[in-house]
Design a protein around this ligand. Sequence first.
Ligand code: MN3
Length: 202
Amino acid sequence: MAFELPDLPYAYDALDPYMSAETLEYHHDKHHNAYVTTLNGLIEGTDLAGKSLEDIVRETYNDSNRTKIFNQASQAWNHNQFWPWMKKGGGKEQMGLPGELEKAINDAFGGWDQFRDAFVTAAAGQFGSGWAWLVQENGQLKVTATPNGVNPLCFSGQTALLGCDVWEHSYYLDYRNRRPDYVKAFLDNMVDWENVAGRMKG
Ligand code: MN3
């Protein structure tokens, strides 16, 4: 069974003006689709065919012979998560935070403002392409950043609660070089915080 590109779970213009229809169309239909179709070609007829995306990511991470497969598999997984991490009417300014998530953020960071600063700083400080994450590890929330397609599946004990794509293809049409403004808009006006809260364990 080959992997398939999941449909975007909302209309192309659902996140406008924070993320344009043009960005979503290119990002989903071209970039995400390319990760899926390239991955399918690379694993066809190998021992990885038929395995889950999560298993392929974990098995190929840091394997210098399978870097190409890791890059495509991790980016396919990342984007599968990324679209449902956003919604029309999302973001803390528009929907607030679910109570249990607000409490966990307060416990870990001291408050929303401190969390937001830490996340934006991690995203802005990721040199080149990569992702910023809110992860849960040993019951504790923390912010991380990773290069290229590397994601929390690569680190045992980490659960990805939220990831922000900071590759230029994610924001350059709408924000040009202003990556921090994109990340602030992501947190404040795009993230589906119910989805994030639903990933918390314990
Ligand atoms: Mn992307």
